[in-house]
Design a protein around this ligand. Structure first.
Ligand SMILES: [Zn+2]
Ligand SMILES: [Zn+2]
Length: 253
C-alpha cells in the first residue's frame, strides 16, 4: 500500500491500492485526449515552407530536405525498446504511435486470455495484444488507454507512463505552439499561500504551480467562496488607502 502518489507525491487515502492519485488520473486523461488533437497540427509542419524563389541567390550545395526530420521523428514508426537505464534518462525519442501502442500492448499482455482448445481444455495465456473497434491509429489507442486509466493508476509503472507522455507532449507543443489554455485563479494556494493556482484546459483539477497541490473543482469552489470575500475586501481597503495617500501628497504644503 502506498502513502503518497508516485507522480505528484500528494497524499493517498489510507490503505489505498493506488500508485497515482485521482488528480493525476485526470491529468493522464487530459494528456491522452490532447495527443490526437495535436496530430493534424504536427502533420501540417512536416513539409518545410519552401518560401518564394530568390533571384540572385547564392544557391545551395544540396537540395533542401523534403520533410522536417524533427517532426518526422515524432510522427514516424519506431519501436519501444527497453534499455538498461541506470540514470533514468532514456525516455526521450519514442515517436507518438509506438509510444501509445506500446503501452496499450503492454497493458493487454498483463491480462490473461482464456480460450478452449479443440479437446475442450481451457487454456489461459497472456493476451496477444490490444484490440480497438475504433481502429489502429493514435486516436484509437489513446481512447483505449483512457478506458484503462483506473487500472493504470493502480500499477507501479503509472508514474513512468505519465512521465513519458508528458515529455512527448512537451516536444509536440514546442513544435506546434499549441498549448492548452491556462487560467490563473484568484485565490491563493491553501497549502503554500502562493498565488500560483491555475486551471489548464482539459484538466478539471485546479493545480498549484509552486507546490503541486491539486484541488478538485468542488474543493476549489468551496475554498474560494470562503477566502475570496475577505481578500477582496482587503484589496478594496488597500486601494482606497492608496488613493487617500496620493490625494494627501497632491495637497500643496
Ligand atoms: Zn498524484
Ligand atoms: Zn501551493
Amino acid at each position: 500500500m502506498n502513502d503518497c502518489c508516485d507522480v505528484c507525491h500528494g497524499p493517498l487515502p489510507e490503505s489505498s491500492d493506488r500508485y497515482a492519485c485521482h488528480s493525476c488520473a485526470e491529468r493522464l486523461r487530459a494528456m491522452l485526449a490532447e495527443l490526437p488533437r495535436q496530430l493534424p497540427l504536427l502533420r501540417s509542419l512536416l513539409r518545410p515552407d519552401g518560401g518564394p524563389a530568390q533571384r540572385g541567390g547564392t544557391g545551395r550545395a544540396h537540395s533542401p530536405m523534403p520533410v522536417r526530420l524533427d517532426v518526422l521523428d515524432l510522427l514516424g514508426p519506431g519501436h519501444v525498446v527497453t534499455l538498461a537505464d541506470p540514470d533514468g534518462d532514456q525516455t526521450d525519442g519514442v515517436p507518438i504511435d509506438p509510444l501509445v501502442y506500446g503501452w496499450a500492448r503492454y497493458i493487454a499482455q498483463q491480462h490473461p486470455a482464456v480460450s478452449r482448445d479443440r479437446h475442450g481444455t481451457i487454456q489461459v495465456r497472456p493476451c496477444d495484444g490490444p484490440r480497438s473497434r475504433r481502429g489502429t491509429d493514435v486516436a484509437a489507442w489513446c481512447s483505449w488507454l483512457i478506458a484503462y486509466v483506473p487500472y493504470i493508476c493502480r500499477q507501479p509503472w503509472a508514474a513512468d507512463m505519465l512521465d513519458q507522455l508528458e515529455q512527448l507532449l512537451r516536444q509536440i507543443r514546442d513544435k506546434t505552439g499549441d498549448r492548452p489554455g491556462r487560467t490563473v485563479r484568484d485565490a491563493p494556494c491553501p497549502r503554500c499561500e502562493g498565488f500560483a493556482l491555475v486551471s489548464v484546459g482539459g484538466d478539471p483539477y485546479v493545480r498549484c504551480e509552486a507546490c503541486s497541490l491539486a484541488l478538485a473543482p468542488d474543493e476549489y469552489a468551496e475554498y474560494a467562496a470562503k477566502v475570496l470575500p475577505s481578500l477582496t475586501a482587503l484589496a478594496v481597503r488597500l486601494a482606497l488607502n492608496g488613493q487617500a495617500e496620493t490625494a494627501e501628497h497632491r495637497i500643496p504644503a
